[in-house]
Design a protein around this ligand. Sequence first.
Ligand SMILES: *Cc1c(COP(=O)(O)O)cnc(C)c1O
Length: 432
Amino acid sequence: MNIERSISAFARARRVISGGVNSPVRAFRAVGGSPIFMKGGAGPILYDLDGHEYIDYVLSWGPLILGHAHPEVVRAIVRAAQRGSSFGTPTQAETELAELVCSMVPSIERVRFTSSGTEATMSAIRLARGYTKREKIVKFAGGYHGHGDSFLIAAGSGALTNGEPNSPGVTHGTARDTLVLPYNDPAAVGAAFEAHPEEIAAVIVEPYAGNMGLVLPRDGYLQALRELCSRYGALLIFDEVITGFRVARGGAQEREGVLPDLTTLGKVLGGGLPVGAFGGSAEVMLHLSPDGPVYQAGTLSGNPLAMAAGLATLRTIANDATMYDRLEVLTKLLCDGLHEIFSKHGIPHCTNRVGSMMCTFFTAGPVSDLESAMKSDTAFYAKYFHAMIDSGIYLAPAQFETGFLSAAHSTHDIELTLDAADRSLERLAADR
Ligand SMILES: *Cc1c(COP(=O)(O)O)cnc(C)c1O
């Protein structure tokens, strides 16, 4: 496939942007080849610089649950821009979005907006430490919570595929305060609390782990975390930056019926603009400045354009009674079809799926933690990725990521995708 324009655009970018990209996984290092530059998107489709079209299963890494350039979202952003892009004062749009968040996410009574998921998780951890007056945190191997220092220990996503799960530049002191445990292993968490009964401020977890591929919690796992945190006086933080408004209106906490003390949000919340948020009970959030002593701030936090995009997105979701059911049905259709095709071609695989999140690992599975996720044949993933690109399907350019569907995807898109997968695997078999 001719991607000449993307190749020269990347060469130009590399002369002025570190690595040519502003987030490492975009550089295609995990799959090889040159990243494809996009010039636009509409609904489920991406358009690249060289005139190709792709059915998009990355969706800006999760935010675009309504698809690209949804008319309501576009209109809201344009209208907000015409009124002025930023004031550095409170605006009513922030309250309106906060009211929606508090009404949709079961455990949130008070919220604060940030400009990224990373800021949200960093702030939530600081608040947990300030509230509990303890310093250690527990995270899980393969869990990704943005690029804050405390989280770059055994981190997932791009840190796993493009960098170092334990990044240089993080001090030993910070690393010492982060306890890393295997996901889906409640006994390991119990043991950590026994070893440090009064030192752990918080346990931070992606309730559905979406940054080592997709790994789902075993029955009772999240409940066990809830009980242990309550017993030892630590805060339970659900990092729902991906799952918030993605797997249900109220995120994974609604689906699982487990309420965390703090929740971090991002991605879908901003409808494609830079927004993050963290929230919890009024009692805990009272410790945040200016009510309390824990400092947190942002020049562009609650930005009017970002709030407008978030409001348009959440209102559209709130007004669509069947959206999550449709997404679930469509995602199952795709995953069942892929299972059939991979089986037909004799390819060991394991597909994890929840709501409109999905990931196929090229190992027989089951995949239930980082160790089992790492068994996937990533060299095969790279070949499959490129074959799918050639067939007009845009998948994540790395194995350890989650794929997404949007409300703009149709049954016809799924049929085209399955057909592309079948043809791709045939070609790969012929090449072997
Ligand atoms: C994407 C992500 C983050 C970080 O959000 P950014 O907006 O990229 O800073 C944090 N936690 C999880 C679970 C994520 O998937």
